[in-house]
Design a binder for this molecule. Structure first.
Ligand SMILES: Nc1ncnc2c1ncn2[C@@H]1O[C@H](COP(=O)(O)OP(=O)(O)OP(=O)(O)O)[C@@H](O)[C@H]1O
Length: 263
């Protein structure tokens, strides 16, 4: 636990907890008083029409919105009960605890090995070369990529296929020992076979990590998540067990979206 994080009363058993979370981009009120708990050890899918605030919510959790000029976050957002927006919080440490995988695979223009070793080196996680090798191998193994790349660790990460690059990025996130992994449409640039592999991987990872995934695909949300949150025009309309959202949504707006009446 980051000692720089101010302790607050934990909110239930939630890993991440938002209360009245709002985000403005200048005049634009992109996220409006959202209350949402993300449970540990589960995959939570964020769904909703384009521009409804899914990515904005996701980016609050590792403070990626800090980099957006004019972005203003208010309300409360906690990780294990500690304020993510505490001024004293070390954002580099936060991003080690809360990793992120983006829409487009973005390996560094470095070797496969160095892509994974980069984070552990920066954070001083290995005492020697053997420990670093161990972290690299374990991360590749967990990301389901080791068998495919073990003989080409010195080749560039960019030489891999799109699906392999995305699993490399997941391995890179895993390498620094995160607790939460944020995924922003991680399969939208992948073909169906690569998508299936990443989805399988997400399912394997959920035992050890708390995963939040933004997806445009309702089929994907139904396949990979245990909880689903539906957003509309910056508001959280409904959050529930995924099965309930897709079979018996309580809100007319959710019903309209999942049946394709708008979106
Ligand atoms: N940097 C920014 N500056 C100004 N407005 C922004 C910025 N980023 C997002 N917005 C606006 O905030 C709202 C929410 O955007 P966000 O990207 O969170 O939506 P989303 O649900 O993830 O959309 P999509 O599914 O299209 O990715 C949108 O109206 C968007 O135009």
């Amino acid at each position: 636990m980051n000692s720089q994080v101010t302790a607050h009363r934990p909110q239930g058993c939630a890993k991440v907890s938002a209360r009245s979370l709002s985000v403005h981009y200048g005049e634009k009120h992109a996220l409006q008083a959202v209350d949402l708990d993300i449970r540990a050890g589960e995959v939570t899918a964020l769904i909703g029409p384009s521009g409804c605030g899914k990515s904005t919510f996701l980016r609050c959790i590792n403070r990626m919105n800090d980099m957006v000029e004019g972005a203003k976050v208010s309300g409360s957002l906690t990780l294990d009960g500690s304020d993510i927006y505490d001024r004293a919080l070390d954002v580099v440490q936060l991003r080690a605890r809360v990793g992120m995988v983006f829409q487009k695979p973005n390996p560094f223009p470095k070797s496969i090995y160095d892509n994974i070793a980069y984070g552990p080196r920066i954070h001083g996680l290995a005492r020697d070369q053997n420990e670093l090798d161990e972290i690299v191998m374990t991360s590749l193994e967990r990301a389901g990529l080791l068998a495919e790349v073990k003989d080409r660790l010195t080749e560039s990460g960019t030489s891999l296929s799109g699906g392999q690059q995305q699993r490399l990025c997941i391995a890179r996130a895993i390498a620094v020992g995160p607790e939460v992994i944020l995924m922003d449409e991680p399969c939208s640039a992948l073909d169906p076979i690569a998508t299936a592999k990443v989805e399988e991987l997400i399912d394997d990872l959920r035992e050890n990590y708390t995963i939040v995934i933004v997806t445009h695909s309702m089929q994907q949300a139904a396949r990979v998540s245990q909880r689903t949150a539906f957003f509309h025009l910056g508001k959280l309309i409904e959050v529930s067990d995924t099965e309930q959202i897709f079979t018996n949504p309580q809100q007319p707006l959710t019903q309209g979206y999942i049946t394709g009446r708008f979106g």
